[in-house]
Design a protein around this ligand. Structure first.
Ligand code: BGC
Length: 453
């Protein structure tokens, strides 16, 4: 059963990555067919993160009322219909609406899937599942790039979008077989059902550490504490936790302002601007980039607990800044060996991102909030992620038209330099520190940045 739980988690991340990546290959062909303006292109590409912003915002109350499973099933249905609607697109506006609804489902699952997992998985698996989510995003992006290659020759952008329905179907059937979250069942007073579910999803190994009766009692106790002092968004700005909230929000904002999604969403276009005139070569290079993203994420997951979050972030911001500055200089030279140099710099940029800025914000967001505020805190941090993702993706086609590639990338390099400064000054180190110790530190009068240094 734990395998199924892991698969839902992974599939939600996979679908997030897939819908981000698929636009890279489809864009050229859609532009040829509909000749949209730069504003329309930006809006169509950014419809996914924008929809996700609304999905994440609206899902809190719905899932308290209907449960985690029903919400994931609804998202699964939207994923399937959204992919098919994007493929069907009779007019450009339909494509925008389809991508908005795909984004909405991504936003819903982005909140509910991790919630379901943390409520169902035994404690010893929780950390691994958080990191698996980021890895699944990168595998989703890579798979989308491979689908792009498959259909690019036949110029069939519709089948690129339609392919998204297949993993969505797996997701839907997967969640239909899952039991409801035991914690939600207790919340609704369905204690016997919760015990039956726990009996089904716990292994002997887990039961030695914590019996079903004790686990249910702990959940009840916890819920009682929560209802006594219900957490709200306002509490996030309480003096003690404010610093944690700012670090989580800023890390996501800086993750997006590193310009990552300019590359993820528009890679073939960027390869074309840096001198690659052949479309298939561009898609192949994009696949290479997707593979570097997956590979370096695996490396990051291996070393995140050894090297630590801060050092990785410092390396990542430095790498991203240097490579972006490099590309601003080489991208103007589109003949001879220069396109190769630009492509290598783009790969190094992705590697720098994947080893640090990709996984660290997600992991720290799950570690840094006190338990009581973890829900609203994670929700707010995710909003920053989606909000800035939307701004960066939406503005890129327009910036490209008005400022050109070099200056646009130069601007994002400045944000990376600031990210390095911010990490050195403000980011704490949570490597090897328990969640309880982090929470204790928040209640001290010391600055959060002293933690773990
Ligand atoms: C970011 C996405 C990005 C992806 C790239 C994630 O951590 O939130 O916006 O596209 O990494 O791998």
């Amino acid at each position: 059963m734990i395998v199924f739980i892991a698969i839902t988690a992974a599939l939600a991340g996979f679908l997030f990555g897939f819908d981000e990546g698929i636009i890279a290959g489809a864009l050229d062909l859609i532009e040829q067919q509909y000749a949209p303006t730069a504003f329309e292109v930006g809006f169509m590409a950014a419809a996914v993160p924008l929809g996700a912003l609304f999905g994440a915002l609206s899902v809190g109350n719905i899932t308290q009322h209907f449960g985690r499973k029903k919400v994931m099933i609804a998202a699964g249905v939207i994923f399937i219909l959204g992919s098919l609607a994007a493929a069907w697109t009779p007019v450009f506006m339909v494509l925008i609406i389809a991508r908005l609804s795909l984004g909405f489902a991504i936003g819903m699952t982005g909140v509910v899937s991790p919630m379901y997992i943390s409520e169902s998985a035994p404690a010893r698996k929780r950390g691994a599942l958080v990191s698996a989510f980021q890895l699944a995003i990168t595998i989703g992006i890579l798979s989308a790039y491979m689908v792009n290659l498959n259909f690019y020759q036949s110029e069939n952008w519709r089948l690129m979008f339609a392919s998204g329905a297949i993993p969505s179907l797996f997701f839907l059937f997967g969640v239909m077989r899952l039991p409801e979250s035991p914690r939600w069942l207790v919340l609704k007073g369905r204690v016997d059902e919760a015990k039956q579910v726990l009996q089904k999803i716990r292994k002997k190994k887990d039961l030695v550490l914590l019996s079903i009766e004790d686990e249910v009692a702990a959940i009840q106790d916890n819920l009682q504490q929560e209802t006594k002092k219900k957490a709200s968004f306002k509490d996030l700005f309480d003096n003690k936790v404010k610093a944690a909230v700012f670090v989580a929000m800023t890390l996501f904002i800086l993750q997006q302002l590193s310009g990552i999604n300019i590359i993820i969403y528009f890679a073939p276009k960027i390869f074309s601007l840096t001198g690659y005139s052949d479309a298939t070569t561009r898609i192949m290079a994009t696949i290479g980039l997707g593979a570097v993203n997956v590979g370096m994420t695996i490396v990051a997951l291996k070393y995140i607990d050894k090297i630590g979050r801060r050092k990785l972030l410092m390396m990542g911001f430095t790498g991203c800044a240097i490579t972006l500055i490099g590309i601003t200089m080489t991208s103007q030279m589109t003949t001879g060996l220069w396109p190769m140099v630009s492509a290598t710099l783009i790969m190094l940029y992705i590697a720098s991102f994947a080893i640090s800025l990709g996984p660290v914000p997600i992991l720290m967001m799950a570690e840094i909030f006190p338990l009581r505020l973890r829900g609203p805190g994670m929700c707010l941090a995710s909003m920053c992620n989606w909000g800035f993702n939307t701004i960066v993706v939406y503005s890129f086609p327009v910036m490209l038209e008005k400022m050109g590639l070099s200056q646009t990338l130069g601007l994002y390099a400045i944000f990376c330099v600031y990210g390095l400064y911010y990490t050195i000054r403000h980011v704490p180190e949570t490597k090897g520190i328990t969640l309880e110790e982090i929470e204790l530190h928040l209640h001290k009068d010391e600055p959060l940045s002293n933690l773990g240094r």
